[in-house]
Design a protein around this ligand. Structure first.
Ligand code: AMP
Length: 231
């Protein structure tokens, strides 16, 4: 499979090629067609499989396709740590190089000043850690009522770190009608149950790494199955 066969548009293919990637990874092959089709997706994939680009590229394409004149934040990526937030924002920056879309990451542990200044400009895609996001929502700097696509990244880590109540609060602020993407390195019953409560008829995409995370890009086996709905 090539990026072109995945029906990605030229500005994204150009950016990904310039980033040095010639073909999609297994998770990208499996997840991108469903995301582009507007489906809710549960992705079971570890860091190192190319899973960030697996949601970043199709999200950019969807936002580009339906870009109206707007000022609101249209996509929210929730991730547990500052490092991941920065990494995801960088991925959006990399692949949106030839698209008129803008992204911002917000996270705790630093003063909110520069984040607030950046929020005054147009932000299409917001990458956030839960606590800082809720803080800025409470202070009315952020409105989540126009979110079209919501991504919960590293869901297992998020719940392990005790963010479940924060995530539930955030979910209540999102429109019911939205596309939801849910990524987790592991999929125990508790995580599956949680996914079921926040998604509509999701497709499940799984990448089983057969080697340690550092080598998964070279060798991995994939199986894709239609989510059965009985998590
Ligand atoms: P992630 O699983 O998102 O943490 O990505 C792991 C690494 O894979 C990152 O360094 C990415 O830049 C890289 N990567 C993403 N897409 C591809 C691709 N199609 N081919 C090779 N490497 C990729």
């Amino acid at each position: 499979m090539s990026f072109k066969n995945l029906n990605l548009i030229n500005p994204i293919i150009r950016a990904v090629t310039e980033a040095g990637y010639s073909k999609p990874t297994e998770i990208q092959d499996s997840a991108i067609p469903y995301i582009l089709a507007g489906k809710d997706v549960v992705g079971c994939a570890q860091t190192g499989t190319g899973k960030t680009a697996a949601f970043v590229m199709p999200i950019l394409q969807l936002l580009k396709k339906y870009t109206p004149e707007h000022k609101e934040i249209r996509t929210l990526i929730l991730t547990p740590t500052r490092e991941l937030a920065i990494q995801i924002e960088e991925n959006f920056g990399l692949y949106s190089k030839y698209l008129p879309l803008s992204q911002l990451s917000i996270f705790g542990g630093v003063s909110a000043g520069s984040q607030l200044a950046a929020l005054r400009k147009r932000v299409d895609i917001l990458v956030a850690t839960p606590e800082r996001l809720l803080e800025l929502v409470d202070q009315r700097y952020i409105d989540l009522s126009k979110i079209e696509i919501f991504v919960l990244d590293e869901a297992d880590k998020m719940l392990d770190m005790g963010f479940v109540n924060d995530v539930r609060k955030i979910l209540k602020l999102l429109p019911q009608k939205r596309q939801t993407l849910f990524f987790s390195a592991t999929m125990p019953v508790s995580i599956r149950k949680f996914a079921e409560t926040i998604m509509k008829n999701p497709v499940e995409v799984t990448v089983h790494p057969v080697l340690p995370a550092t080598q998964t890009l070279k060798q991995s086996a994939t199986s894709t199955s239609q989510y059965s709905g009985n998590l």
